[in-house]
Design a protein around this ligand. Structure first.
Ligand SMILES: Nc1ncnc2c1ncn2[C@@H]1O[C@H](COP(=O)(O)OP(=O)(O)OP(=O)(O)O)[C@@H](O)[C@H]1O
Length: 733
């Protein structure tokens, strides 16, 4: 089929008068309306933190904290030594050290806080310990990490990672969120009663009973509080009974009350036998008092690691840094290890102080490292057992995953009143605008052009509405899905299929509303079956555009990027939508585009549906008398509606398949921890990255402990390349 193009449009404009202008006006008005209405509601929650909720049924408050959570916690001791993480910059040939020879230990039943100023490497260290540092060719990561006396692999034991951003399906209640997560993660739960008991225990444990039946909510509709979201994140992570819990700044953004409750929850979890490691910026005194151990980092270097409470204060007082009475120790420590940027002099003096403290701790820690037996036999044995368990970890059957995900997707799509209301209003408003512009089209010759213009605009509007809705939501949903899939909760196939099916009823409602208002207003082909087909075609197009939105969302890293890419890509399909350009008149490389343009197929289907069987008023011999003649003139005569629907279905499947491949391909990849290189090769590796001046500087640098040559750059120190041995870091008493 050769679609009609520019020349034909000119001819039609000549005989149709203002039809083209009407179409452009309507499209412009619709576009403005869409622009000013914003990107539309977002289904998934933004990070929203708020005030305290004083009616919480919190475990720590009421003594319910001992309600058992199903699943035994296997004690895990994590030790790390000489963790060095560097970031190379090829253009400037420099290496920046994010972590410098960091060593430490986290034990079961203890709460370990990683503290330090912003940018000191807390999150980097946490990610390294959890094996979750995103891979990058510029990064180099080395060191030793062992779990219960065995070299660590993050698949060798169960761990939870609570990230800074809490992401949930906003329309599910707290209980539903946990129930579905439990069913997906624990195939061994066989009955509904068992599941409910498990979930109730978790709700008690995390102090979520009072909000169990509240929606999680999002930026548009208020749901649970920020602190409750954080505890829900913890609850979701606890489902698999992890031995180790990592939490990245769990109190950031929370008010003091909520922060304390979250910290109390972590302390309870530690008391239950979990090893808890978290980063924290500057806790208040009551929060600091809950820590068992701390690691103090500054500019990636260790300044103290060992017991918390008074030990670090005693340690630093040895160097003349005394914590005044009634001062929060955490604030004192934060000030001590931060660079004061208020003046050049203060920068110099604080940098000098920090360098000296880093050096002292390096010497001190090598002096106080002493051998302690591991919970060895038991630990290693448990590790082995776990490894086996995880290797054979079962997933729910494919169909069961599908039904659970279908249920969740349906709840999310159908309950999202605000989003659905806005979509409904937009569909009806667009239909009213187009219906007014193309009000009651008659059967004159000029109405042929009007009809074509209206059908093109209807196709564009439908596609854009579906696309913008999907790209506004999917990148965030993808983040949840990535996290869940990283836990092995389900496969991509059931997820995508459940999403497609769950969104059919809600997704179809809006094109139907659009059609129901526009059709009579514009007085399109007056027949019920034609009206049905009109709605069917725009609905199919809407799903194809949504599928395209999924691909865009899977391709780019953020909603903002998806919002930029999606409409731009759609513009290409609009240009080749069958109305504006004849593909035969374009360079050969563009001629395939109309075949994959969902707008062109929708337009073609709508035209066939509209024109077949219509009679037009005619006076001259060259006038168009029938709809068939009009279709012939626009090279649409040889096709059928069925062809166009099949083409739309193919396009839809193509975009779903592409989304699947992209999601598979863009799975997060983590940086491997390399063993510490031998002395010689390490020096060589380091020298390769330095310029002559820096090598000269390094040659003058003699003493063994870590030394900062330039602030936060070019740090290296010879390592003792001995195998990791059991050790403990102790503060000086
Ligand atoms: N993949 C990376 N690429 C480039 N720079 C990185 C990367 N990862 C971390 N950094 C840099 O390393 C430094 C330490 O980052 P990190 O997030 O660990 O600090 P932080 O102590 O957690 O800071 P904050 O408290 O502000 O979150 C920062 O300057 C950061 O920009």
């Amino acid at each position: 089929m050769v679609p009609f193009g520019g020349k034909m449009v000119c001819q039609v404009v000549n005989f149709a008068g203002n039809g083209f202008g009407q179409a452009v006006t309507a499209a412009a008005v619709a576009l403005l309306l869409r622009l000013f209405s914003g990107p539309g509601p977002v289904l998934l929650p933004e990070e929203e933190f708020d005030d305290a909720d004083n009616n919480g049924d919190y475990a720590g408050d009421d003594g319910d904290g001992e309600a058992p959570v199903t699943g035994k916690v296997v004690p895990m001791t994590i030790r790390w030594r000489n963790i060095t993480c560097s970031l190379s910059d090829k253009s400037s040939k420099t290496v920046r050290f994010l972590l410098k020879n960091v060593s430490g230990e986290a034990k079961p039943g203890r709460l370990l806080a990683i503290m330090g100023p912003s940018g000191s490497g807390k999150t980097t260290l946490l990610n390294v310990l959890a094996g979750q540092l995103m891979a990058s060719p510029r990064l180099h990561l080395s060191g030793l990490l062992e779990v219960n006396g065995r070299p660590s692999s993050n698949k060798a034991y169960k761990f939870a990672f609570v990230r800074q951003e809490d992401l949930f399906f906003s329309q599910l209640t707290v209980r539903e969120t946990l129930s579905i997560a439990a069913e997906l993660q624990l195939p061994e739960i066989a009955s509904v009663e068992e599941r409910d008991e498990y979930v109730n225990n978790l709700l008690f444990k995390l102090g979520l009973v009072s909000c169990a039946d509240s929606n999680v909510g999002d930026a548009k509709v208020r749901g649970i509080s920020g602190g409750e979201k954080k505890r829900l994140s913890l609850a979701c992570e606890l489902i698999a009974s992890p031995s180790v819990i990592f939490a990245d700044e769990p109190t950031t953004g929370l008010d003091a009350f909520q922060a304390e409750r979250v910290m109390e929850t972590l302390r309870q979890l530690a008391q239950d036998g979990h090893t808890v490691i978290f980063s924290i910026h500057q806790p208040r005194g009551s929060v600091y008092s809950k820590f068992d151990d701390i690691v103090l980092l500054t500019e990636g270097a260790l300044i103290y690691a060992g017991p918390a409470h008074d030990e670090p204060l005693a340690y630093f007082s040895k160097f003349g840094y005394h914590c005044p009475d009634h001062v929060n120790p955490a604030e004192f420590l934060a000030d001590l290890i931060s660079i004061d940027y208020s003046s050049a002099k203060s920068v110099y003096s604080s940098q000098k102080r920090i360098d000296a403290l880093v050096e002292s701790f390096a010497e001190h820690s090598s002096a106080v490292l002493c051998a302690t037996p591991l919970t060895a036999g038991l630990g290693a044995h448990c590790g082995q057992k776990l490894r086996k368990k995880i290797v054979v970890k079962r997933k729910r059957a494919w169909w069961r995953q599908f039904f659970l995900l279908l249920k969740r997707a349906w709840m999310q799509a159908s309950r999202d009143g605000p989003t659905n209301k806005v979509r409904a209003r937009m569909s009806i408003a667009s239909a009213i605008i187009f219906g007014s512009v193309f009000w009651r089209m008659g059967r004159s010759q000029t109405s042929i052009q009007d009809r074509m213009g209206l059908l093109q605009v209807a196709a564009i509007n439908t596609a854009m509405a579906a696309l913008t809705k999907t790209v506004g939501v999917f990148p965030k949903e993808r983040a949840i899905v990535d996290r869940e899939r990283a836990k092995g909760s389900y496969a991509l196939g059931p997820y995508l299929l459940s999403k497609l099916i769950a969104e059919i009823p809600v997704g179809a409602a809006f094109p139907l509303m659009f059609g129901a208002v526009l059709y009579p207003m514009a007085r399109l082909h007056p027949s019920l079956s034609r009206f049905g087909k009109f709605c069917g075609i725009v609905t199919a197009e809407s799903f194809a555009a949504s599928a395209m939105g999924l691909t865009v969302g899977a391709m780019v890293p953020s909603t903002e990027a998806a919002m930029a890419v999606g409409p731009s890509l759609m513009t290409v399909f609009i240009v080749f939508g069958g109305y504006y350009v004849n593909a035969d008149n374009t360079p050969i490389i563009f001629r395939w585009i109309p075949r994959v343009s969902l707008i062109r197929w929708a337009f073609q289907g709508l035209c066939i549906n509209e024109f077949k069987g219509l009679q037009f008023d005619h006076q001259n011999s060259f006038d168009i008398e029938t709809g068939e003649q009009a279709l012939e003139r626009f090279s649409l005569g040889g096709s059928s509606i069925q062809d166009t629907v099949i083409a739309q279905s193919r396009i839809l499947l193509f975009w779903y398949w592409t989304t699947y491949l992209l999601l598979e391909k863009n799975k997060p990849k983590y940086q491997q921890l390399e063993p510490i290189p031998s002395e010689q090769s390490k020096t060589q590796l380091h020298l390769e990255t330095l310029d002559p001046d820096q090598i000269e500087q390094l040659n003058q640098f003699d003493p063994p402990p870590a030394k900062q040559v330039e602030s936060n750059k070019l740090v290296e120190s010879p390592q003792i390349d001995d195998p990791i041995g059991p050790f403990v870091l102790e503060g000086t008493k």
